[in-house]
Design a protein around this ligand. Structure first.
Ligand SMILES: Nc1ncnc2c1ncn2[C@@H]1O[C@H](COP(=O)(O)OP(=O)(O)OP(=O)(O)O)[C@@H](O)[C@H]1O
Ligand SMILES: O=C(O)[C@H](O)CO
Length: 492
């Protein structure tokens, strides 16, 4: 697998482009006593406040303070339990706040679940926002994991009751859109609640997206995006997952009075003119930079889509077909393109993206453009049937390895990489894995039965045992999260 090294550095470029400090630095321009964000200028008069919640906001906050800290009055951020110590241990001091920082850091949400520490952080954030006046500017830093780090259940719902409902939904396989629709209906701060509490202050949200399509009302459940609660929608989600009869009275009581959640605090007001929501980092940004690095390395880059989703089986089939299409010695049989287009809706990729990509692959094949690097991103899913240790990226890499085997081109055929940009694929130390068409035979030669590992969802154990773990992708803590990156290198 000679191109293995190159894969690693293209993936590194994707992750580097969405580092929390980098995305903030690129989105805020300081001009004397004002700041320009997303083309809008805001005057700074020692009127700046900051709140944040999510796995990447510590590094984002450190960078905001570096740029406009002289005008910062106060800040509170809610970040994952243990993150400061972990960053220190990994030598990532540039992502930590300075000792004399004006920003208070509250760690909570152990195991990504809301807890009393995160609830306390949410209360402090609500309090800070509620005290602001029209002269103030509130910067809100948002990244993935923000929902769990900002729990503010509408009374009389308790934290435990809200946790029960969301855990049941997640356990039953609800999508992040369904889950966050319910979270918004039960929260004082989600679904625009934070912006409402900050009114009449100017609010600027800087968002690092971890949701397909970058929907600002869904990322961390959209605390700065005013969203109405539609009772029919909420009830149909709860019904779909057979939770209607299990709801505590408190939740029923709140759902009986949707959209009355803030009236007791402030007049209902249209805050939209006071809020700027800017997505400053996303899977698309990561893929763009991966493409630039691939070009520097001599590959022809083509970005398929940042929206790949669906079951890893269908996704692996798609990459297998695209590899076959690109590697055909003669004109690829038309049924490959037909099958690719048929798979599109199942894997979240639009027909025009598939057609555009196949056009580039076709040209690369017929006009001798050299090696091609196909890039895509998103968040496929795995149907868990076994009790093994693994993650969706490692399982996808295994399945694509099997698809590539049928091309019969190994060891000179395509190479595939799948990695989570957060550096952690499921509950494992690896971000993902790198494979090619030789995977099956290599595993067999080493006494590893690949099918057994797949049935047991044991992809991490498989790759750890295969060739001493050489094919695992282990970048360590990356401090960011814009879902997964997939890469298919097609040699010339
Ligand atoms: N043994 C396994 N094999 C394959 N996939 C697994 C396994 N165990 C868990 N998963 C999958 O890993 C995912 C959870 O992992 P992870 O924590 O990386 O998710 P995430 O969505 O990236 O979370 P976040 O965005 O909050 O970091 C789930 O989709 C789950 O189905
Ligand atoms: O926090 C959340 O809601 C998820 O990470 C999606 O943004």
């Amino acid at each position: 697998m000679s191109t293995g090294l190159k894969d690693g550095c293209v993936f590194a470029a994707a992750v580097e482009a969405v580092q929390p400090d980098t995305v903030v630095c690129q989105s805020i321009e300081r001009k004397e006593d004002s700041v320009v964000i997303d083309g809008r200028t805001f005057t700074l008069k020692h009127n700046l406040h900051l709140v944040g919640f999510g796995k990447a906001v510590l590094g984002m906050a450190a960078e905001v303070e570096r740029i406009v800290g002289d005008h910062l009055v106060k800040g509170v951020i809610s970040v994952p339990h243990g993150i400061q110590q972990t960053l220190q241990q990994h030598g990532k001091d540039h992502l930590l706040l300075k000792e004399n920082s004006r920003i208070k850091v509250i760690e909570g949400a152990k195991h990504n679940l809301p807890d009393p520490d995160a609830q306390k952080a949410a209360e402090e954030i609500k309090h800070l926002a509620s005290e602001l006046t029209e002269k103030d500017l509130l910067i809100v830093l948002i990244s993935g994991g923000g929902s769990a780090l900002l729990p503010a259940p509408i009374p009389p719902i308790t934290l435990q009751e809200k946790l029960d409902v969301t855990c049941r939904l997640a356990g039953a396989g609800a999508t992040i859109q369904e889950l966050n629709t319910i979270r918004r209906a039960l929260s004082l701060l989600k679904g625009g609640g934070l912006a409402h509490h900050a009114h009449p202050a100017q609010v600027v949200a800087l968002i690092l997206s971890d949701v397909i399509g970058d929907p600002i009302d869904m990322i961390a459940s959209g605390p700065t995006v005013m969203s109405r609660v539609w009772p029919e929608e909420v009830l149909s989600i709860l019904e779909r997952y057979k939770l209607l009869n299990l709801l505590p009275t408190s939740v029923k009581e709140v759902l009986d009075k949707p959209n009355s959640r803030w009236k007791e605090n402030k007049e209902e007001s249209d805050t939209s003119g006071h809020v700027l929501n800017a997505v400053i980092g996303s899977n698309g940004v990561a893929l763009k930079h991966a493409g630039l690095r691939a070009r520097e390395l001599g590959f022809l880059p083509v970005v398929l889509s940042p929206s790949v989703c669906g079951d890893v089986r269908s996704v692996s089939r798609l990459y297998g077909l695209l590899a076959r299409f690109a590697c055909s010695r003669e004109e690829p049989p038309p049924d490959i393109a037909t099958e690719v287009l048929k798979l599109g809706p199942e894997v979240g990729v639009e027909s025009w993206d598939l057609c555009r990509t196949m056009q580039v692959l076709e040209k690369g094949r017929t006009e001798g453009w050299g090696a091609t690097c196909l890039l895509a991103g998103g968040e496929p899913t795995v149907e868990l049937t076994g009790k093994g240790r693994g993650g969706r990226n490692q399982e996808l890499a295994m399945r694509v390895g099997l698809e590539l085997r049928s091309l019969g081109l190994s060891p000179k055929g395509p190479v595939f990489l799948s990695g989570g940009t957060d550096g952690q694929d499921g509950p494992t130390e690896a971000a993902g894995a790198i494979t090619d068409g030789g995977l099956y035979d290599e595993a067999k030669a080493q006494g590893l039965d690949i099918d057994n590992f797949l049935i047991n969802n044991d992809s991490y154990t498989f790759f750890s045992r295969l060739s001493g773990g050489q094919q695992l992708l282990v970048p360590g803590l990356t401090c960011t999260n814009v879902m997964d990156v997939h890469m298919l290198l097609i040699p010339d």
